[in-house]
Design a protein around this ligand. Sequence first.
Ligand code: ATP
Ligand code: MG
Length: 567
Amino acid sequence: MRWSRSCIPTFKENPAEAEIASHRLMLRAGLIRKLTSGVYTFLPFGFKVIKKIEAIVREEMDAIGCQEVLMPVLHPIEIYEESGRLGSFGPELFKLQDGRQRTFALGPTHEEVITMVARDDMKSYRSLPQCLYQILIKFRDEIRPRYGVVRAREFIMKDAYSFHQSGESLDETYRAMEGAYRRIIERCGLSFRMVEAESGYIGGNESHEFVVLAQSGESTILSCACGYAVNVERAAALEPETRTGEQAPAAYERVRTPAMTTVEQVAGFLEVTPREIVKTLLYRTRDRCVAVLVPGDREVNEVKLIRVFDDPQVRFLQPEEIQSLTGGPVGFSGPVGLPAGIAVYADNLVKRYGSMIVGANEGETHLRGVKAGRDFGVERFDDFVWAREGDLCPKCGIPTEKTNGLEVGHIFKLGTKYSQAMKAEFLDEKGQSHPFIMGCYGFGISRMVAAAIEQLHDADGIVWPLSIAPVPLLILAVNMKDADIREAACRLEAECEKRGIETLLDDRDLSPGSKFKDADLVGIPFRLTVGKKLKEGKVELFHRASRQVEEIPLGEAAERIAELIGS
Ligand code: ATP
Ligand code: MG
């Protein structure tokens, strides 16, 4: 293909709207253009990358026996009522009405649709297990679309769903899918970690994310030399066994803490570390108010709260509610003397306190020398706080390290969540019916394009791995007005294409400097420059990733490229 007649529009300036490198580079290298917030067109080179990733994903899905299908984008809203997911999706679901005022959703994922297929068409255990997948555009009205195609409102996903008679069969497919995901990302030339993850509103009980490592990634993971890695959202806050606070005195004392609103201020004033203070946070769950106690130097992780209380609506109490419930202002709540009916929960780390400093449920006052069990009761200890770097690996006890990355894939063991809600059942050997045991497996194809750029770019532009580069070869004709150069470049192009090497010939009427800059920006793995060395019968071969340059005879160039790309 010829650059002069292709829609690969590049530009030099960094677009103000782009916060991360991949977003900047996708715009600058002419891979995508924005239509509106979170909605993008993939231009020819962007779409070529998409198709290469899709091809790898298809091969790996087919290789583990998944069958490709194509499900509708338009979903009658009733199916979400049936699965019970209307509430949990909340505002992320795009809704629209047809001419008869019936409400539809634009598919954000397809558990409901595929469960209906299984319900109608996989009635016997003899047809199990089965795994179906598709590659389709998904719609999610993300609260904060950002980073270009990383968090878009319309994006391309591969989603697969498996149906089983037993948990063992699900385990087998889950492992096969893990292997397929590992191969997909390796074949795309990227480094990644598989991490234990939260399953979010998709539900279910076990899930893993595949995170492409990149500094600016939205996902934070804690990992250990033993190979264990976990999403920080889910990571347990495990610390070495050390005790906090002295042995408690015979009774606690009241201390004045005037005009102190933060843990740091109180700690400074009382000459203790923030750790010696225990924060009391008050929440409303579905059916009651609860107090949650956490160490002063840790923060509550809302995802863990939701899990412990099994209530996605759990929320902070308002200052007025706190005042009327406890008699004290916000910031001075504590577990001692709370009205009956407020259950006290505490983070596991609170067990380690010999004594603690807590709020007194009274303005500008704290209690010092408080002891759990003696001064207040704890209904349950659990894991409530955000883990952080240095917390211990649950597998081997070594301090973990923090890394960032972009989640590109997510696999879940759903169990019977959907099949039960939607009464999707099969008959076993004895003619008894059971809900299908299910798994679901998502892979973000369009996000993967950004993830590759995010991991592999340099100061000059994109550095495509060969397997997913839009094309493997760029022929850069330094000056198309020079007849020798033009003729050699066109001959080289024809020869490469004859060998099946997809080639972009930069035949634009631009200065050599602009062409070299664009070549670096667009990041094609190999570049053959046809320029002043042509007089000696030579062209320059440039390797984008290593920036290594070699001079090779023009006559051998096509052969050499064919060898390099193994075609
Ligand atoms: P996130 O936590 O990033 O919102 P999710 O848990 O909502 O992701 P899944 O429902 O598991 O994502 O979707 C499977 C895959 O689809 C993700 O791993 C990701 O690669 C991709 N994906 C999800 N949401 C988006 C989005 N808004 N834009 C682009 N890709 C997305
Ligand atoms: Mg999401």
